[in-house]
Design a protein around this ligand. Structure first.
Ligand SMILES: NC(=O)c1ccc[n+]([C@@H]2O[C@H](COP(=O)([O-])OP(=O)(O)OC[C@H]3O[C@@H](n4cnc5c(N)ncnc54)[C@H](O)[C@@H]3O)[C@@H](O)[C@H]2O)c1
Ligand SMILES: O=P(O)(O)OC[C@H](O)CO
Length: 384
């Protein structure tokens, strides 16, 4: 692995760079500083230090500024090298610089990594318009969809491309941020399609550059082209995790959780193939972004914890998220609504009974104890 990454650096350093606004060493920035945003910023900052021919060492991380005990979070991050609110007790590299100014963060970046709760993306994209390098490249770590009345269900990466006119891939995998931040081994999938205005090997972002940026000894990266498969799996597993959280909170055990995951995996693939026919079934089974992320999320993610808390306390999803997560977001709460709105619009609700059941429990006052009835065909069976 080290050899392959060194080869990339050598190709880059020996190439004659064309007169272009985006050439190595690439400047990298991260938009977002939550639990995962800060973790990924740590990962890439470690690699930019290691590979000066390929990347500028400094990585800027845009922070939605807030006060912690009267002090700006950016100031705390830049002086104590810790994100005390969203990733406490993890030391961040010195070359990672927190910046509260979005435009200052992105204006000179060659690689923009989006990593915020997905509901905030449209507002940030609006602010960024006209302030980025025309040939910047992007990676979205967001999990969720954008529902467009005309275009239908959109990937977050497509939203970035459509609005900023830059190529955008996706990173997703079985990656609970607290484990990655503590450098416990995990895998991830990076998906990126080389754009038509690609400047050539050594002069532009390609799969090797992305591997050099994200791969760490504790964070193993597989780079693929299937942006849709990676993104669909990442978004929808959060809805399935809510279902798992309900049965977990009701004390129904591991068998029930596995049943939800089985149905969930089927609906994820069906949704992916229906709305993103280019997505590959192999991605859902064979990549970390697929079934592995489903399993890890349903075991210990925030969505499962929030739903379990709902089951135990009878509180709403929003209340539970607020009480449990200290400002973090359980993305399944919003994603199940997006999925419901789209499936209703498209007349396909009946084909996705688990997604609809989760929506109805969260927003429609349906009883979570009825989940088995809602997802199985029990016609002709007497219900006790
Ligand atoms: N945390 C994980 O384990 C994990 C792992 C993989 C992927 N993801 C995905 O990564 C994305 C980012 O998640 P996260 O864990 O970094 O975020 P998070 O859930 O920790 O959310 C908190 C962040 O949201 C920001 N925020 C709050 N209000 C805002 C506003 N109005 N505008 C902009 N930002 C605002 C906060 O400043 C903070 O940075 C999500 O889509 C998530 O599903 C998370
Ligand atoms: O904590 P969650 O539920 O947002 O899930 C985290 C990641 O997506 C797991 O890979």
């Amino acid at each position: 692995m080290a050899d392959r990454l060194n080869q990339v650096s050598q190709i880059v350093s020996s190439s004659t760079t064309a007169a272009s606004d985006t050439v190595p060493p690439f400047r990298v920035c991260v938009i977002g500083s939550g639990n995962w945003g800060t973790t990924i910023a740590k990962v890439v900052s470690e690699n930019t230090t290691l590979r000066p021919q390929l990347f500028h060492e400094q990585v800027k991380m845009w922070v939605f500024e807030e006060k912690i005990n009267g002090e700006n979070l950016t100031h705390i991050i830049n002086t104590k090298h810790q994100n005390v609110k969203y990733l406490p007790n993890i030391t961040l590299p010195d070359n990672l610089v927190a910046d509260p100014d979005l435009i200052d963060t992105v204006h000179d970046a060659d690689i923009i990594i989006f990593n915020i709760p997905h509901q905030f993306l449209p507002r940030l994209i609006t602010q960024m318009k006209g302030h980025i390098k025309p040939r910047a490249r992007a990676i979205s770590c967001l999990k969720g969809f954008h529902i467009d009345k005309v275009k239908g269900v959109c990937l977050m990466s497509s939203y970035v491309t459509d609005n900023l006119h830059i190529a955008c891939g996706a990173l997703s995998g079985a990656n609970l941020a607290p484990e990655v931040a503590k450098e416990k081994w995990s895998e991830t999938t990076v998906a990126y399609r080389i754009p038509s205005d690609f400047q050539g090997e050594g002069k532009d972002v390609d799969h090797a550059v992305l591997k050099a940026l994200f791969h760490r000894p504790y964070f193993h990266v597989n780079v693929v082209e299937d942006v849709a498969g990676v993104s669909v799996a990442g978004a929808l597993k959060n809805v399935v995790a809510l279902g798992c959280g309900f049965v977990k909170g009701l004390g129904w055990g591991d068998n029930a959780s596995s049943a939800i995951q089985r149905v969930g995996l089927g609906e994820i693939i069906k949704f992916g193939k229906l709305y993103f026919p280019d997505s590959e079934v192999e991605t859902y089974y064979g990549e970390s972004a697929g079934v592995a992320d489903l399993i890890t999320t349903c075991a210990g993610g925030r969505n499962v914890r929030v739903a379990s808390y709902m089951a135990k306390t009878g509180k709403s999803a929003e209340e539970s998220e607020k009480e449990l997560l200290n400002g973090q977001s359980a993305q399944g709460i919003i994603t199940c609504k997006e999925v419901h709105e789209w499936l209703e619009h498209d007349g396909k609700i009946d084909e996705f009974p688990l997604f609809e059941a989760v929506y109805q429990i969260v927003y429609g006052g349906k009883n979570m104890r009825d989940l088995p009835k809602m997802i199985e065909d029990l016609e002709g069976i007497d219900q006790e």
